[in-house]
Design a protein around this ligand. Structure first.
Ligand code: ADP
Ligand code: G6P
Length: 355
């Protein structure tokens, strides 16, 4: 029966450490699909799930097998596989992918306890975000597309300070200590997942300002795996060539420290990839549309769609730099992938809606 298979969700995995921009990315993604995602209505107010017309995003912290007390007793962090129930994660993601509803546990971030489960019904696009979407091979194999947000230690530190010191009143020392304490498990269990990602967004300190240690201006790389079904990497000027481009000059004036792009083929954990890099930040919209007009394979539906999306969410963190730009571009790529999969299942050739 054709309509059954058409109704089955496309499953996306988004991996990153906590506080690294996953929820911001999710807001950009659901916006590309045309609606803001909201917590489930009438459910547990501490639910971690977000639902829009097309998309349901679940947080994999809900598969913690050890609650906060349990982790403390056993001396394991939330990053440790022993604190997570991968069998249940696999069973439930598989069921959703097959079009069946599940009763998913809720990890309550306020109390640190596991709350009674909530009903999750299969959406069009099902996103699993969290620490371990690509850790378990069985879960990984269910993903139609996967993304890893790779935030360098320097930048992670700058973001944590901004949030935990400014907003939560933590001390510099305690922030340092908590990052240090997580590091061994992060390196062992989280970081290695990036080798499996179809796209990696790597966030580094700028190279445009000598010895910058503020972590405000960022150098961001979008690493796109070659040969992934339904995913055709974005390129700059000439597909497969190596290019550096400074869009600032006679046609466009950029303020200090300017903007610099790079593009080219590379290998990443033994895989062929294309890498697009942006260092610096946008001051004004004309800088962004100028850049957009020089990129190809964007999977936009009309000229300027990337710029329009970025403008729509100018208040989100990273809207003036490569983090917001590349998150938006990946959002459009996921829309394209989704449309291709649906068209394929319906037995019709995918409609080419590319500018
Ligand atoms: P997560 O969902 O992974 O915990 P969030 O999207 O909530 O992360 O982001 C956590 C914090 O990190 C934000 O409040 C912000 O301070 C900072 N942050 C996230 N993304 C960016 C970005 N692209 N640029 C600057 N700061 C960012
Ligand atoms: C969640 C987050 C983790 C965080 C944990 C707090 O699971 O995803 O990144 O570390 O909560 O754990 P704690 O044991 O400090 O309560």
């Amino acid at each position: 029966h054709v309509s059954c298979s058409v109704d089955k969700p496309v499953v996306i995995g988004l991996a990153a450490d906590s506080g690294c921009g996953k929820s911001t990315f999710m807001r950009r993604l659901t916006s590309v699909f045309g609606g803001a995602a909201e917590p489930p209505k009438g459910g547990n107010p501490d639910s971690n799930t977000l639902i829009s017309d097309t998309t349901t995003v679940i947080c994999l912290d809900d598969y913690h097998s050890l609650d906060r007390n349990g982790r403390k007793e056993k001396g394991v962090t939330a990053l440790d596989p022993r604190a997570n129930n991968f069998d249940l994660m696999y069973e439930q993601v598989k069921a959703i992918k097959e079009g069946q509803a599940v009763e998913k546990p809720i990890y309550n971030h306020v109390t640190g306890l596991l709350d009674p489960p909530e009903l999750i019904t299969p959406p069009k696009i099902f996103v699993i975000e969290g620490l371990h979407p690509m850790f378990d091979e069985r879960v990984r194999d269910l993903l139609d597309f996967s993304i890893y947000l790779d935030i360098s230690d320097e930048v992670k530190f700058a973001w944590k300070i901004q949030r935990d010191m400014a907003e939560r009143g933590h001390s510099l020392e305690s922030i340092k200590a908590s990052i240090e304490a997580r590091k061994p498990d992060f390196d062992a269990y989280i970081d290695p997942q990036k080798q499996y990602a179809d796209a990696v967004i790597e966030v580094l300190p700028t190279q445009l300002i000598p010895d910058d240690n503020e972590g405000k201006v960022l150098r961001v790389k979008l690493i796109m795996k070659e040969g992934v079904k339904h995913f055709d990497p974005v390129y700059l000027f000439d597909e497969g060539s190596s290019i550096t481009w400074v869009p600032c000059g006679r046609k466009l004036t950029c303020s200090y420290p300017g903007i610099k792009f790079a593009y080219g083929p590379d290998t990443y954990f033994g895989n062929e990839v294309s890498v697009l890099e942006m260092d610096g930040q946008f001051d004004r919209l004309d800088e962004l549309i100028y850049v957009e007009s020089h990129l190809s394979n964007l999977s936009t539906k009309f000229y300027g769609e990337v710029t329009q999306q970025m403008l729509k969410h100018a208040d989100f963190p990273g809207s003036n730099n490569g983090t917001g730009l590349f998150q938006t571009m990946i959002g459009l790529k996921i829309r394209d992938l989704y449309e291709q999969i649906v068209a394929e299942r319906a037995g019709a050739p995918a409609e080419a809606a590319k500018v």
